[in-house]
Every structure is written in structure tokens, then in C-alpha cells.
Design a protein around this ligand. Structure first.
Ligand code: WTA
Length: 651
């Protein structure tokens, strides 16, 4: 197979059937079995989801599976449960008790292993420590941590006592952290003195202190990770090891209402302000549990490694909740993929014996660029399944992943989903679905995804349209924290009767979904979701900026790159120094992930008669460019004006 050119694969739109050995033992081992399951789920969705839910532990059974009053869903109404019990306690009675739950490797090379028994003890201690700090069910807790076991323990301890967590990615700036603490009204922040990244320390605690100049919390719980210096605030700071180590390892988990909030996670939408996506206990746990089981076909002997940071939804559902509910062994790695060398990931896979590996297309493209010699140095034969998530995967990267990492023997699951959906929605089932490079294939049984026109009528085969979900599903978001109206408008306001969250797609003649990317002002940079307006607000908050417009342009490595068009205030010189200053300003306002690749200065931005910035035009200008480097001055504004005029006529 390795002899096939990309062109021949694409021309044939070739199907890669799952290897017979994989299908033979898979839970769903054929397309006929998939079709039967999907048909049953569509005919009796409530019964279908109830069967899955009943595989988990409930302190009290639900009275009704679903109450649906568009756009409001309640799942497993009246049921009481605890996600932490389903991740931990549930496994303690059987052979999983002494099995490894967490295999941790720090960037400097330090390792720790927690069995289910040990992880349970640590989570119980942390739950008691939170209780001691006065945190009660319903109080929000912000978690701003490196990828270390305490991050998982903190999340599970919050879940255990019913204190919803808001995990903030460690790459976000102090400013972004402050916004999220403010919006979620968190009472406590859990952080670390720092984390390791590319051999350097990420100053997490310093960032927390900076954020807390703007917003107040009662306590900050600090894990010692790097031993680096930071300023201790004695009225507020508490060492994790002091609070947790002395706490009792016995903790009776309360039975929480199925609709009790489990977490909020901030993500970018069309407007400048990130929104807190709220997920609740019962439905989320069913979604994370079911999808991990089906898509990764996880079994007890697997070693599962999802490379996402816990600051993103992928880390929530597939580092923590999904795999642990399935009693799996999870690998967790703190640092960069190229520290100390470009083969770090392959080294980890070989040393820990990883069997299922789940990562993002941007990472795959970077590995391709770094060269085949790095994976070739390591024995990757333990791998049996590969996954991709977060952005469309181009066929070249897909083929490379399959051949070089998967040795042509591992199926690839390209999984489409969102922070809002809580769990995977469209994906191959690895033992059943023949795959096509670049397609997420078919919706999971129980998920009523479709591609429709604006009025809600289905598109024809291969006709581009809006990707929607026509029926509620358990792990769907319940609201945008503090703004239910925005929830209704954003997700249920566009296409009648359907959930729509911003992606365009087409379905081919086999019913396979091809995701075409966002149709709103959200851009996807290296798998990270950002709104153009969020970056614009960061830019215009700089005193030298009069106006800014941000667009994405295609980028070979990151999928999309950020291009900012900026009009400086009168009297300000537009030069490289200013461009550098502005890029740094964005880093401080949001984080390095939002740093514009390119800044272009213009005397004025092209606008429609009604004053709207013509983004489509700017996108074309940005993509057509061969310009390189920091700054391109659009000196010849006449060109832009002419273009703008031709657009005005079109409209
Ligand atoms: C995009 C990440 C193509 C999509 C789990 C979606 C994808 C957004 C895929 C959600 C995929 C995610 N193929 N595009 N397999 N997976 N996306 O909320 O645009 O960070 O709307 O969730 O990523 O990003 P989020």
C-alpha cells in the first residue's frame, strides 16, 4: 500500500477497510452491525441511551431519560450519580483495582504511576482538602495547571464534591485567565508553581498572581512542580501537598443530580468574548463513556494516549473522563513533542507500550516535516489504532500517519466534534467503517447529524451545506454560562429545529461526511479555536491602534494562520517595531496561541456601505499574498480601495 501516490488515492476516493484482525475482536465488527445499531438508535433513541447509561453506576435511577423542549435538554431526569465514582470507585471491586490508571511522564523525564486504588485515594484526599477549604457543591473552581497528575486529581476531586471546574489552558495569559475567573465566579484557583515546556518553566503561579490583581478569589492551591521561585501570598496561598497530604483518604461521594453542572470550559465564538460552555453530570458521563468505548474500542489491556492538554475539551473527555470510566490505562505527558529531540513522542509510545494514540493534524504535519527517521528509531509495533481530532486532516498527512506511524496496520479514526458536543459525534468505528483519507465518515449510532441548507432541508450528495444535529444527545452543552439567550441564538437560531455550531460540510454518495471548516468568524490555528474578533479586541486595546481586522489564511502546517490588518492611530509610524509590539500585546492579552503570523498596516480598512469590514476581501488579500515576514505595509491603498469598490458592486 505504501507505493500508492496521494493522487491515486484521491482519484479513486479509495476505501481502506479495517484490518480483518481488528474487526474480528471489535465491539462493532462490520458495517452491517453498524447500520443495525444506528437504525435501532434512531428508532428508539431514549431506549438506546438508557441502555448505555445503565452500564454506569447510579445512586438513584432516572425517572425519565429525556425532557426536550428545544433548545433545552435534560437527560436522565431525577437520576443521581457521581462522575468520579464512575471513573474510580466503580473499578475498585474488581481486577482493575490494582491496574495502572495513570502513567505520567514529565518533560524532564520524571515518571509516576498511579493505580486505580492509588488514584482513588488521592482524589478522596483532594476532595476532603477542598471541603476543608470551604468549597461546596455548586462553587466553581478554576484549574490552571501543567499536564501533571495533580491536574487530573483536581478535576476528579471537583467532580466528586460537585464543584464545577473551569480548566484554563496553561498557555493562556494572565489576562485571559482573569477573564475566565471573573466570568465563572470561581472561588478557588488550583495551580502549580510552574510547568515544564521546552526545557523552560511556564510561570503559572506568577500569571495567577497577575490575574488576581483584577479579580478576587478566596484561596489559591499551589502544587509544587518545578521548585522555581515565586512570591507567596500568605493570606491566600495554600500548598497542595500540605492541604492534600494531611487529608483523609476516605471520602463518601455525594449522589449528585444528573443535571448538576460538571464543568464549564471557555471556547471562542463569533464575538470577542469567549463563552463558558456548560456541561452537566449525567449526560456528559454517558457521552464520554460511550464514545471512548466505541471509537477507540478500548479494552483492558490497552494503553491509551491522547496528547491533548486538559485545558481543551479533548483533554477533558479523552485524557480524563472517557478512558477512566472505561477502566483504561492512560498516558499523560507534560511537555513539548520535540523536547529533548523530535522523537520524544515515539520514544514515549515505545517505552510505555502505547496501543491507541490520539493526536491532532497539526502535530502530524509537524512530525512529517521533521522526518521519517525519528519514528523509525523506535519500535511502534504496540500501536493498534490511531486517532485524529481538532481540524480537518489533509489526505497527505492521513496517508503519512497511516504508513509511517501505523505501519499500514492500524485503522485511523478521524473524529469530528466540538467543545459544545462534549464527545465525539462523527467518526469511523475502527473495526467496521472503511475509511477515506480526509473524511470523518459517518455519525456514531445515536447521533442525528446531517448536512442541510439554510432552511433546514437536506443537501443533495456532495452539495455543501451546514453541519447540524437534528436530535438532542446526552453530552450536548446545556447553556452558555450566564447567558442562556446567547446559547439559544448561537446554536438554535440559524437552522430551524437543529443544533448548528458553525461548520460547513458535505456528504458524499456513500453518506460520508467531509468537514469543510467553519462558516463563521472562528478560525482554527493548529487545532486551537480562536475568534477573529477576540484577536481584534486584543489589538484595538493597544493605545497605538485605531482599528483592526483579523482573518485566517490557509497555512500548510497549522491549518490556518492569523493575519491582522491594522490601522494605526494618526501620527503613529507603521513599522516593524510596531508590528512586534502589537504581536507581543496579543500574546499578553490572550496567549502565544493567538500571536498574529503577519501584521499588515493599512490607512483604512475596506468596508461595506453599512460600515461592516469586508472580511471576505481581506481573506483573499491575505491568502493571495506571497509576502513573508512580520510586516507588509499596504502602501498602495489604492489597490485595496479598487478591490473594495468591485465588492461593493457585487453586493
Ligand atoms: C473543528 C475540538 C474537521 C471544527 C474537539 C469544530 C474538525 C471545531 C474536526 C471544534 C475534524 C474538530 N475534522 N474539523 N475531525 N474536529 N474540528 O471546540 O471546525 O476546540 O467546529 O473541539 O474544530 O473545536 P473545539
Amino acid at each position: 500500500m505504501s507505493g500508492d501516490s496521494i493522487e491515486s488515492v484521491l482519484q479513486e476516493s479509495r476505501l481502506f477497510p479495517p484490518p480483518a484482525s481488528f474487526s474480528a475482536q471489535a465491539r462493532v465488527g462490520s458495517m452491517a452491525a453498524y447500520e443495525a445499531l444506528a437504525a435501532r438508535a434512531a428508532a428508539e433513541p431514549e431506549r438506546f441511551w438508557a441502555e448505555i447509561a445503565s452500564e454506569l453506576t447510579w445512586a438513584e435511577p432516572w425517572k425519565r431519560v429525556l425532557e426536550w423542549d428545544l433548545p433545552d435538554a435534560k437527560w436522565f431526569v431525577g437520576g443521581r450519580t457521581n462522575v468520579s465514582v464512575n471513573c474510580l470507585d466503580r473499578h475498585l471491586a474488581g481486577p482493575r483495582r490494582n491496574k495502572a490508571a495513570l502513567l505520567f511522564e514529565g518533560e524532564p523525564g520524571d515518571t509516576r504511576v498511579y493505580t486505580y486504588h492509588q488514584l482513588h485515594r488521592e482524589v478522596c484526599k483532594a476532595a476532603n482538602a477542598l471541603d476543608e477549604l470551604g468549597i461546596r457543591a455548586g462553587d466553581f473552581v478554576a484549574i490552571y495547571m501543567p499536564m501533571i497528575p495533580e491536574a487530573v486529581i483536581a478535576m476528579l476531586a471537583c467532580a466528586r464534591i460537585g464543584a464545577p471546574h473551569t480548566v484554563v489552558f496553561g498557555g493562556f495569559s494572565a489576562e485571559a485567565l482573569a477573564d475566565r475567573i471573573k466570568d465563572s465566579r470561581a472561588r478557588l484557583v488550583i495551580t502549580a508553581d510552574g510547568g515544564w515546556r521546552r526545557g523552560a518553566i511556564v510561570p503559572l503561579k506568577d500569571n495567577v498572581d497577575k490575574a488576581l490583581e483584577e479579580v478576587d478569589v478566596e484561596k489559591v492551591l499551589v502544587v509544587r512542580r518545578t521548585g522555581g521561585d515565586f512570591s507567596w501570598k500568605s493570606h491566600r496561598d495554600v500548598w497542595w501537598h500540605e492541604a492534600v497530604d494531611k487529608a483523609s483518604p476516605v471520602h463518601e461521594a455525594p449522589a449528585l443530580d444528573a443535571e448538576h453542572p460538571l464543568f464549564s470550559l471557555y471556547t471562542s465564538g463569533t464575538t470577542g468574548k469567549p463563552k463558558g460552555i456548560l456541561h452537566t453530570t449525567g449526560g456528559y458521563q454517558v457521552g464520554a463513556y460511550y464514545t471512548t468505548r466505541m471509537v477507540f474500542d478500548l479494552r483492558d489491556e490497552d494503553v491509551f494516549w491522547c496528547t491533548a492538554d486538559i485545558g481543551w475539551v479533548t483533554g477533558h473527555s479523552y485524557v480524563v473522563y472517557g478512558p477512566l470510566m472505561n477502566g483504561a490505562t492512560v498516558v499523560m505527558y507534560e511537555g513539548a513533542p520535540n523536547q529533548p529531540g523530535p522523537d520524544r513522542f515515539w520514544d514515549i509510545i515505545a517505552r510505555w507500550g502505547v496501543t491507541v494514540f490520539y493526536t491532532a493534524p497539526t502535530a502530524i504535519r509537524a512530525f512529517m516535516r521533521w522526518g521519517d527517521e525519528h519514528p523509525a528509531k523506535h519500535d511502534l509495533s504496540s500501536l493498534r489504532l490511531l486517532g485524529s481530532v481538532g481540524e480537518p486532516i489533509n489526505p497527505e498527512a492521513w496517508m503519512w500517519y497511516r504508513r509511517v506511524i501505523g505501519g499500514d496496520r492500524c485503522p485511523i479514526v478521524d473524529t469530528w466534534w466540538q467543545t459544545e458536543t462534549g464527545a465525539i459525534m462523527i467518526s469511523p468505528l475502527p473495526g467496521a467503517t472503511p475509511t477515506k483519507p480526509g473524511s470523518a465518515t459517518r455519525p456514531l449510532p445515536g447521533i442525528a447529524a446531517d448536512v442541510v441548507k439554510k432552511d433546514g432541508t437536506p443537501c443533495k450528495a456532495n452539495e455543501g451545506g451546514f453541519l447540524v444535529v437534528k436530535r438532542p444527545w446526552p453530552s450536548m452543552l446545556r447553556t452558555i454560562f450566564g447567558d442562556h439567550e446567547r446559547y439559544t441564538k448561537t446554536y438554535f437560531g440559524d437552522i430551524p429545529g437543529c443544533y448548528f455550531a458553525g461548520d460547513g460540510a458535505r456528504k458524499d454518495e456513500d453518506g460520508y461526511f467531509w468537514i469543510m471548516g467553519r462558516v463563521d468568524d472562528v478560525i482554527n490555528v493548529a487545532g486551537h479555536r480562536l475568534s477573529t474578533m477576540e484577536v481584534e479586541s486584543a489589538l484595538v486595546s493597544h493605545p497605538k491602534v485605531a482599528e483592526a481586522a483579523v482573518v485566517g489564511r490557509p497555512d500548510e502546517l497549522k491549518g490556518q494562520a492569523i493575519v491582522a490588518f491594522v490601522t494605526p492611530k494618526g501620527g503613529i509610524t507603521a513599522d516593524d517595531a510596531l508590528a512586534r509590539e502589537l504581536r507581543q500585546h496579543v500574546v499578553e492579552q490572550i496567549g502565544a496561541l493567538a500571536r498574529p503570523e503577519e501584521i499588515r498596516f493599512a490607512d483604512a480598512l475596506p468596508k461595506t456601505r453599512s460600515g461592516k469590514i469586508m472580511r471576505r476581501l481581506l481573506r483573499e488579500v491575505a491568502s493571495g499574498s506571497t509576502a513573508r515576514g512580520d510586516t507588509t505595509t499596504l502602501e498602495d491603498n489604492a489597490v485595496l480601495e479598487k478591490l473594495a469598490q468591485s465588492y461593493q458592486q457585487e453586493e
